[in-house]
Design a protein around this ligand. Structure first.
Ligand code: GLC
Length: 749
């Protein structure tokens, strides 16, 4: 009897909870409808208008009072937020609070590594923590909506915004995008420390032709659905609050006016009920694209495509009322957009709690925040080379020459898209060496160059002298922060200024060289890598990057980062991403290269395969590659079955051994390939990864799962299907090699 009572109570509670959450949803919808019914057309259109807080003036305050503004971004002074909110709430007719927004991309005050660097950690938990911290710091200043995560799969390092992306792989981008959304939004959007996330830029922006920002894209539907959609669908299914349309025209249609994308895919296919916001002036820019005659037409196209809120270009507030009067836009269409905006405001709890809670001591730069940023930087750095185990520094290293324009660059070290991080909090490598090196170390610092584009070599001699007087040279080069990020594409991605010459001069001294690169993208560094015994890619590592670097160089941390992007040998190799199609003439890797071509070679004597005579096919460093101070060995791959059904999961296991002398993390990676399919498929794709800790000398049986569903793709008939047949898998420490296996998928076991 007692058991029955417990069960019944449980069922009641479960039912009640479900009913509550449903009733909560219904309650929100009820409140949306109730408010919508009270609104004039002008007030509705006001909710669709997002303005630039940097231009706050009397006119804007008047617009707040008249209910003509729904959201403000970039309010520079947090103390203004409550005043603005007060006017909206207390002085407008309906008192609808404002959505206060900002680009909080990789930290607010405490700056974390750029997203490309965070992706290199292959640690979604750490990425989520970083966004949780950013949300806590930013919401204290009244920011409840961030325009992040940027989840544009990006495969062209000439594109400056690769810095903001998670790189070239779909699955890694899905995992990291979800981690960021969960971090920003937390468990409940109506928590005052929650920040609405924004999935951007929808869609395909990372495929800008030539890597030139804002350029057109030509992505066919199949690739759009296989590569560019999945991260967005993943976060929308997880409750991401908003989506931002992208600047690019794909196949001639700008995203902000693409009805099949916004109404079709987002709303009808994926059931998205959040807010779709334009990018900065991207509605107006449809005129510049030549997609429409004028701003009034742009407003019509955008709102009818399903764009809820216009950022900055004010075509909505200027023309929508007129367009409704002319029957070119229905009020029902306006109502749909306004429902989405009001729903987001109710979900954020803004009607109950519109004012920011600036604590006496904000949590900005709190020790635990800095610790998390340091750990993120440590796990983002990728060891690319370590000849003679130069690193970590051994007892023979007592005098260190610290060289290079990025050895003490507190602003640039933070990277792109930093509005609120303050450089005085940055721990640079110079500062860290000074703070952390034991007294027995001697540090000689000579930048050699003043900044990354500096061509003046008058600092070289002092740098060379410092190296001559030292046991090792740590040379820190790369990019100033401004050289990556939005509108900062590069046609040449080699080291700027005289940095290469500096590395060469230092290497001539004959002391061991550690090359450290701080950049927002892969750079072409093949020659510089040859001149160094050890190479560490630090990306732009954020506030605590210097401390992270010194801890790695001195062995307090064993580096574990893996590359989220392939590194080209030369820019002409781009695109060089690993997940390419096989082609009908795949390179064998044994092709004759330029210097070995015999004289008067006959036309097809070299063999006809897909590679570059002067670069081969392989990148300098492959996706997923990264060394450790220890050695990991993969053995004994066992597949749980030789065949599975389309609704089954393949279990697999292998033995991972730490055969070196130091404990450490290994990011084990699982790749799959569909060798024969109704359309050609990539030679391999990442389908899973996990970080495994192993003490020196220990081994562990690692298990991984591969659901058949992860092998579905958009087939020749444009259906999202798993095609039965053989599949190849590989597990390893990079995309280039590992243990291989084959299994079959059948309709039904
Ligand atoms: C920019 C960017 C977008 C950003 C927005 C607001 O142009 O493309 O990513 O969120 O404008 O700053």
């Amino acid at each position: 009897m007692r058991f029955l009572l417990v069960v019944l109570t449980g069922c009641f509670l479960l039912g009640w909870t479900a009913a509550c959450s449903d009733s909560h949803v219904d309650e929100t919808e009820r409140r949306v409808e109730e408010l919508l019914q009270q609104m004039t057309l002008a007030e509705k259109i006001g909710q669709m208008n997002q303005v630039n807080g940097r231009q706050l003036d009397e006119q804007m305050l008047a617009e707040l009072r008249s209910g003509s503004i729904g959201s403000i971004l970039n309010i520079e002074e947090p103390s203004l937020v409550n005043e603005i909110q007060r006017i909206a709430v207390e002085e407008s007719r309906l008192g609808i609070p404002i959505l206060v927004a900002r680009d909080v991309i990789h930290g607010y005050k405490t700056i974390f590594p750029i997203p490309l660097g965070q992706a290199a950690s292959f640690n979604p938990d750490l990425v989520e923590l970083g966004c949780r911290i950013a949300a806590k710091e930013a919401t204290e200043d009244g920011i409840r909506w961030t325009f992040a995560p940027m989840m544009d799969v990006s495969r062209d390092p000439r594109w400056g915004r690769m810095a903001e992306s998670f790189g070239e792989d779909v699955w890694l981008t899905q995992v990291m995008s979800l981690a960021m959304v969960k971090g920003f939004q937390g468990d409940s959007l109506n928590n005052p420390e929650a920040m609405a996330a924004c999935a951007k830029h929808f869609v395909g922006y990372g495929a800008a032709e030539g890597g030139r920002d804002y350029n057109s894209t030509f992505i066919p539907e199949r690739q759009m659905r296989d590569v560019y959609f999945p991260p967005f669908q993943t976060v929308i299914e997880a409750g991401c609050a908003s989506v931002m349309t992208s600047f690019n025209d794909n196949d001639g249609i700008p995203s902000s006016g693409n009805k099949s994308l916004l109404d079709g895919v987002l709303r009808e296919e994926w059931g998205f009920d959040g807010v779709v916001v334009s990018d900065w002036a991207s509605v107006h820019e449809m005129v510049v694209h030549g997609f429409c005659e004028d701003d009034k037409e742009a407003a019509r196209l955008a709102v009818n495509a399903g764009l809820d809120m216009e950022m900055e270009s004010r075509t909505y507030i200027r023309y929508l009322e007129e367009l409704v009067a002319e029957d070119k836009v229905s009020e029902a269409q306006i109502d749909e957009a306004v429902r989405n905006v009001l729903r987001m405001k109710f979900r954020l709890g803004l009607f109950e709690d519109p004012y920011l809670r600036r604590y006496e001591n904000s949590s900005a730069y709190a020790p635990e925040h800095l610790d998390a940023a340091q750990e993120a930087a440590e796990q983002s750095m990728v060891l690319l080379k370590n000849d003679m185990d130069l690193l970590p520094f051994g007892d023979n290293i007592k005098r260190i020459a610290l060289i290079g324009p990025l050895a003490d660059a507190p602003h640039d070290q933070m990277g792109t898209w930093v509005f609120d991080g303050e450089k005085q909090h940055t721990i640079t490598p110079l500062a860290a060496f000074k703070q952390m090196l034991p007294s027995e170390f001697e540090l000689l610092y000579e930048p050699g160059l003043s900044y990354s584009r500096d061509k003046e070599r008058n600092g070289f001699s002092a740098a060379v002298e410092a190296v001559q007087a030292s046991d090792v040279a740590v040379v820190i080069v790369g990019e100033e922060a401004i050289l990556s990020g939005e509108a900062h594409s590069l046609a040449d991605i080699d080291l700027k200024g005289a940095q290469s010459e500096l590395v060469a001069e230092v290497s001539k001294v004959g002391k061991p060289v550690v090359l450290v690169v701080m950049a927002g993208r892969p750079l072409v560094i093949e020659e510089e890598v040859k001149l160094a015994e050890a190479v560490l890619y630090a990306w732009h590592p954020g506030t605590m990057g210097g401390a992270a670097l010194v801890r790695i160089l001195t062995g307090k941390v064993n580096p574990s980062g893996k590359l989220p992007v392939s590194f080209p040998r030369m820019k002409g190799q781009i695109p060089v991403h690993y997940n390419h199609n096989r082609t009908g003439r795949p390179a064998r890797g044994t092709e004759v290269l330029l210097d070995d071509i015999p004289l008067e070679a006959r036309q097809s004597s070299l063999g006809n395969t897909s590679y570059y005579l002067d670069a081969g096919l392989r990148p300098l460093f492959a996706f997923g590659y990264g060394l450790s101070y220890t050695k990991f060995q993969y053995d004994d791959l066992v597949l749980g079955a030789s065949e599975i059904g389309v609704s089954d999961t393949l279990n697999l296991s292998f033995t991972l051994s730490n055969t070196g002398s130091r404990s450490g993390w290994e990011v084990v990676q699982l790749y799959a390939n569909d060798p024969i399919a109704s359309v050609t498929r990539p030679v391999k794709e990442l389908k899973g990864f996990k970080r495994v800790w192993l003490e020196a000398g220990s081994s562990q049986r690692v298990t991984m799962k591969l659901p058949a569903s992860k092998l579905a793709f958009w087939n020749i008939d444009m259906e999202h299907k798993i095609e039965v047949g053989a599949f190849n898998i590989m597990v390893g420490g990079s995309s280039e090699d590992g243990l291989e296996g084959r299994f079959w998928i059948v309709e039904k076991l």
